[in-house]
Design a binder for this molecule. Structure first.
Ligand code: NAG
Ligand code: NAG
Ligand code: NAG
Ligand code: NAG
Ligand code: NAG
Ligand code: NAG
Ligand code: NAG
Length: 343
């Protein structure tokens, strides 16, 4: 079985350098009816009914499922609570068929069985027809700019899905820039490169594991973690903080496969990294690509694995038994034991 470990490293700045205190390890997660809180989360498919209060204790309970009552229970992440019932909502794009307002993405309404902005101003991109985005200042949907083109000075348009605006104002395809090209985000640089000091550059060489990073800072692509997870330790080791090598290229390819699928099927997304809304165009057409991207985007850290039963999946992927390899793993924040780098 594929073993996916997500270790989201929460970096807390300005912790005193000599020690590893100030971090919490999630040692276990708990089941239905058990006391739960921020440090003791519920297993997947349950939630902690502590009123969203991270300090207060709650009890782990099952989500309400489709059509179930949600007046006292939270709906499963796939659904929304409408008139005390869990429903599929926010999944129909502009000019799509609907029966109720809540089905339409964003603030569109269902008029003559079609989701439309009518005379309302747009607020978010998913309210606009495919190929257009919301110019929030005018409330109009404006045509997207293709990669290679500049966004007009007026800046009321956005780059087409699969591209993003670079420092020079031009839209560039994601992952398309070579070493030394000016950039403003890692995602614009070709894989194996990151955007460092305004240009695409190679990932800094890994710091040797013998280096004590309580005394010597790690590179910008690493984090300093206490030896053995001991909060009383006084020395740390540098670990890479994200994918490297062929895993980076795999992630790039699966991200582009997802965006190409979305574009081919003229599905609207809020942005390049937006998960498909359940039962939306992007879910119906491109869930396989999205779930592949999600599993390729997992940073498989070898350090300090969290209990398998605590892991959470993107709900769209979690329900597919073919994707169940990752269902009992992945995605809950663990605040691991990190010693701050030297400031
Ligand atoms: C929360 O639950 C834990 C473990 O059951 C317990 O030790 C703690 O005192 C509780 N905290 C509050 C604020 O009730
Ligand atoms: C809206 O959808 C209808 C039916 O699918 C289609 O005939 C029409 O061209 C669409 N309108 C726009 C503006 O895309
Ligand atoms: C928004 O669109 C409407 C209708 O096309 C147009 O009359 C109006 O001038 C546009 N507003 C801006 C600020 O471009
Ligand atoms: C860290 O030090 C404290 C205080 O000396 C001690 O109570 C605790 O058990 C130590 N923790 C570990 C993991 O050794
Ligand atoms: C690592 O560096 C810290 C901070 O300078 C120091 O306190 C600690 O003793 C060092 N650890 C080792 C094993 O040298
Ligand atoms: C579920 O997985 C199968 C096999 O990988 C795939 O064909 C199918 O499209 C997936 N469905 C979703 C919703 O991810
Ligand atoms: C998810 O899977 C469960 C169990 O197979 C099923 O009851 C439920 O209807 C599924 N939900 C969706 C949204 O497909």
């Amino acid at each position: 079985m594929k073993f996916l470990i997500v270790l989201l490293l929460a970096l807390i700045a300005y912790v005193s350098a000599e020690q590893c205190s100030g971090y919490t390890t999630i040692a276990k997660c708990v089941g239905e009816g058990d006391v739960c809180n921020h440090d003791q989360p519920c297993t997947e498919l349950l939630y902690c009914n502590n009123n969203g209060n991270s300090v207060q204790n709650g009890t782990c309970v099952k989500y309400a499922e489709l059509n179930q009552d949600c007046s006292k229970t939270t709906c499963s992440p796939l659904y929304s609570c409408e008139s005390n019932k869990c429903v599929v909502a926010n999944n129909v794009q502009n000019n799509g068929t609907c029966q109720s307002d809540y089905q339409c993405m964003g603030s569109m309404t269902c008029v003559s069985s079609v989701c439309t902005l009518g005379t309302n101003k747009c607020k978010v991109n998913v309210e606009c027809p495919f190929g257009t985005s919301c110019d929030v200042s005018s409330g109009n949907c404006t045509t997207d700019i293709a990669a290679g083109q500049s966004i007009p000075v007026k800046a009321d348009q956005k780059c087409a899905l699969g591209s993003a605006q670079n420092t020079d104002g031009k839209c560039v395809a994601l992952y398309s820039l070579a070493a030394n090209a000016a950039c403003n985000d890692d995602s614009l640089c070709d894989d194996q490169l990151i955007c460092s000091a305004g240009v695409c550059a190679a990932i800094p060489a890994a710091t040797p594991s013998t280096t004590n990073c309580s005394a010597t800072a790690c590179t910008s692509y690493e984090v300093c973690i206490c030896k053995g997870g001991d909060t009383n330790a006084t020395s740390g080791t540098c670990y890479t903080k994200d994918l490297t090598g062929s895993a980076m290229e795999t992630r790039k390819n699966s991200h582009m496969d997802y965006l190409n699928c979305v574009n081919t099927n003229k599905c609207v997304l809020e942005n390049n990294l937006q998960a498909p809304a359940y039962s939306s165009c992007a879910d119906d057409k491109c869930a396989t690509e999205w779930c592949k991207f999600q599993s390729d985007n997992v940073f498989k850290a070898v350090y300090n694995p969290i209990p398998e039963s605590c892991q959470r999946n993107d709900p769209i992927c979690a329900n597919n038994s073919s994707n169940m390899v990752s269902a009992s793993f992945s995605l809950i924040v663990i605040l691991s034991i990190i010693v701050a780098s030297i400031f």
